[in-house]
Design a binder for this molecule. Structure first.
Ligand SMILES: Cc1ncc(COP(=O)(O)O)c(C=O)c1O
Length: 470
């Protein structure tokens, strides 16, 4: 009999996180401080606790997970790995499809894996409050939950478009005692500046990051900033996902030929595929597994963006990060996969993409919701719109297998449920969704503006980012 859900015991929650840094095909280019025009982290050391900064720079392959963090992980970890038997049957595919489900966490997504770790280190180092931005609301919810577990205060700047689309996310955060403001807000200088130019601004992650960082910097000794993606420490906290999946696949004696995940900033997908990448580089992988990141055509940072230094935020408070970018002035179309609307990506994803260690595919939101509908009706779980991009890729692959007869093993990450996304489903079922495609011309315009702003940056691009843009 086929096992539907493959489970591990609490004692099998990983004891260490995996850090990919020592195993990358070439070292990560440094951040650049736009004030000094030299490698440097700018304000970063002022907004994170020391333990987090240590992990961000760490060259250690394995990092101990504190017992206090594992204790909280026990509330939902190890998360289940499902065999998508219903979906396989509906597709009549010879492929085997597995998905790791992170929607069982208290906030409904993978984001809690790093939120708990970040809250823990902040409390340990004596900080009283943490700030952050949130797009879809998943990260803000995860941080609010984690902060409350450690009696830490939390302030969340939520992108206006999502704040209006998802009122229950705000209430969720408030239930855990967090303060949630629609961004741009009147709480910060950056927010007030944007509102003066455009009182109806629907916001962006870049703007919300500026607000959360400014808030933390204004009260440096008591308040820190936390981030839900992009930074290396966040990605490595997510590797509990992939490490558990490896143990679960051993139970059914299987191994993936291909792994799909969606990318906003790259944390959930990295959490799943990094441990399999380690298998590959350490010669332990029984197969040549392919890693495929999926993104939105409305926010195609890797498929259409350029691999260059750019700010992580709109107000240019953060240092320059080496990453695929659409430009820090990017204002996304109001697509429903709020978590995929970020203009940049984790630098490790950029290194791996430029070295052809992973591929990227972009989908529009209509085809993504079509895939989500089939998944709902065969697997019984309503996915968040973000992981529905990975579902779309897995379904397409399984259909190809039906045509070729290939009995391949497909693994994807279902990183969150969509219970707070019913407004998006309503618009989809009523034919009101649009298939946005971000124009290449707009990327070129942003890149021109960036080059005019920092004419000296081209030298740094040439010196540190050795590979040509994809
Ligand atoms: C459910 C969900 N999936 C995916 C993402 C994308 O982020 P990341 O690429 O860091 O996993 C988000 C971000 O908010 C999210 O909420």
């Amino acid at each position: 009999m086929t096992i539907k859900k493959i489970l591990l015991g609490e004692e099998q929650i990983p004891k260490k996180w995996y850090n990919i840094t020592p195993d990358l095909p070439h070292p990560l280019p440094p951040f650049i401080d736009h004030e000094t025009k030299e490698p440097g982290a700018g304000i970063v050391p002022r907004i994170f606790p020391k333990a987090i900064l240590g992990q961000e720079m760490s060259k250690e392959r394995w990092i101990d997970i504190p017992e206090e963090v594992r204790e909280i992980y026990k509330m939902w970890r190890p998360s289940p790995l499902y065999r998508a038997t219903g979906l396989e049957k509906a597709l009549k595919t010879p492929a085997k499809i597995y998905y790791k489900y992170e929607g069982v966490s208290p906030a409904g997504s993978h984001k809690t894996n790093t939120a708990v770790a970040q809250a823990y280190y902040n409390v340990k180092e004596g900080f009283e409050r943490v700030t952050t931005e949130t797009g879809a609301g998943q990260w803000g919810s995860a941080l609010s939950f984690a902060a409350s577990m450690f009696n830490l205060e939390a302030t969340v700047y939520m992108v206006r478009a999502s704040y209006d689309q998802k009122p229950y996310r705000k209430m969720f955060m408030q239930s855990f005692g967090a303060k949630c403001y629609a961004s741009p807000s009147t709480q910060t200088e950056s927010g007030r500046r944007i509102l003066a130019q455009d009182p109806d601004s629907t916001g962006s992650l870049g703007i919300a990051i500026s607000e959360a960082v400014e808030d933390a910097l204004a009260n440096e000794n008591e308040v820190n900033y936390t981030i839900g993606s992009v930074f290396n420490h966040v990605l490595l906290h997510q590797t509990v996902v992939g490490l558990e999946t490896q143990e679960q696949l051993k139970i059914v004696e299987d191994y993936p030929d291909v792994i799909y995940g969606c990318i906003g900033g790259g944390s959930s997908f990295s959490g799943l595929f990094w441990p399999f990448y380690y298998d590959k580089v350490s010669g332990k992988a029984p197969k040549e597994t392919k890693f495929v990141a999926t993104e939105a055509t409305a926010c195609p940072k890797v498929t259409k963006g350029e691999y260059k230094y750019d700010h992580g935020d709109t107000a240019r408070i953060t240092p320059l990060v080496p990453m695929h970018t659409l430009g820090h002035d990017f204002i996304p179309a109001p697509i429903h996969a709020g978590g995929l609307r970020y203009h940049g990506i984790a630098p490790t994803i950029s290194v791996l993409a430029s070295e052809n260690q992973l591929q990227t595919q972009a989908y529009n939101q209509i085809e993504v919701f079509d895939a989500a509908k089939l998944f709902i009706r065969t697997e019984g779980i309503i996915p968040a719109p973000e992981p529905a991009h990975a579902i779309k890729a897995a379904i397409d692959d399984a259909i190809r297998c039906k045509e070729t007869g290939e009995e391949k093993t497909i693994l994807f990450l279902l990183c969150g449920h969509g219970f707070f996304d019913m407004q998006a489903y309503d618009e989809y079922f009523n034919g009101r969704l649009k298939p946005y495609e971000y124009p290449t011309q707009k990327v070129a315009e942003s890149m021109e503006k960036l080059a005019k702003l920092y004419p000296w940056l081209e030298e740094a691009n040439k010196k540190y980012i050795s590979c040509e843009p994809l």
